[in-house]
Design a protein around this ligand. Structure first.
Ligand code: COA
Length: 263
């Protein structure tokens, strides 16, 4: 990495980037610097073809316990107000959601407010048994501001989303899994190993296919069925002209593992 981060670590090995939010004394709360550093880290990851998948996690006992409440209180009185703070965070989270490679959240502890919104911007969420999830903004006199009002109902349905937003209460990992908010729950000590294995499984697939799949799924979810199916066919057709598709099908027929190059 060129410039070190104040509140993130970024490790790259075996085509996998592991981004860890590293502000454990504040339970990894997202201040402006953390948001900017996430922006920088994901811009760098997007530009490096040798990285094929990303894991996002938190240092210590939290994934991320939300936006930094001290900073929110200060920004509310500032000239730009909270609308620009919300828009800036949302822009970075959307960049993560639209990354051209898979991002798996390894939710190792509290995922609250902006922390849950960050996890929801990832493509897959795996949780430790002790993880806790919630959107407690209403307890602060606010609503979720980094995409929570939009992404949560899509993941869990409007009724459950409104329950979480209106009560501000935390749910445990098993309830989050039952809601469909996380894909699976694991003992804390195996969470990272399981997440790495899932990333490895993704890395073995055609990188171009993964990029197209992410684009089609994330865009298609907001479209009419006709538009989403047309989008899918267009991308299917585009992949049909790729070297990766030739390689994948040829390798299958030749009974050997494929060697993809992302083209
Ligand atoms: N913003 C700023 N600081 C935060 C924070 C946040 N979202 N979440 C935790 N912290 C800080 C605490 O102020 C404390 O700092 P201090 O040691 O300097 O006093 C430190 O992190 C540890 O948190 P603490 O509250 O002492 O831990 P706990 O185990 O008693 O409680 C939580 C854990 C997550 C229940 C509690 O920290 C909490 O409710 N955090 C806020 C969650 C929230 O509302 N997020 C949405 C924000 S929009």
């Amino acid at each position: 990495m060129t410039t070190p981060f104040a509140f993130l670590t970024l490790e790259i090995a075996d085509q996998l980037a592991v981004v860890t939010v590293n502000r454990p004394d504040k339970l990894n709360a997202l201040n402006g610097t953390v948001i900017q550093e996430l922006d920088r880290a994901f811009t760098e990851i997007a530009g490096r073809d040798q990285i094929r998948a990303v894991i996002l996690t938190g240092a210590g006992r939290a994934f991320v316990a939300g936006a930094d409440i001290a900073e929110i209180a200060e920004a509310a009185d500032g000239p730009a107000g909270l609308e620009s703070l919300s828009a800036a965070g949302s822009r970075v989270f959307t960049k993560i959601e639209r990354l051209n490679k898979p991002v798996i959240a390894a939710v190792n502890g509290f995922a609250l407010g902006g922390g849950l919104e960050l996890a929801m911007a990832c493509h897959v969420r795996l949780a430790s048994e002790g993880a806790k999830f919630g959107l407690p903004e209403a307890k602060l006199g606010l609503i979720p501001g980094y995409g929570g009002t939009h992404r949560l109902p899509r993941l869990v349905g409007q009724g459950r989303a409104l329950q979480m937003i209106l009560t501000g209460a935390m749910i445990d990992a098993n309830t989050a899994a039952a809601f469909g908010l996380v894909n699976a729950v694991y003992p804390t000590e195996v969470l990272m190993d399981v997440t790495r294995s899932m990333a490895k499984e993704m890395i073995a697939n055609g990188p171009l296919a993964l990029a197209h799949a992410i684009e089609v799924v994330t865009q298609g979810v907001g479209m009419s069925t006709d538009d989403a199916l047309a989008l899918e066919s267009r991308h299917f057709g585009e992949l049909g002209r790729s070297a990766d598709m030739r390689e994948g099908t040829t390798a299958f027929l030749e009974k050997r593992p494929p060697s993809f190059h992302g083209a």
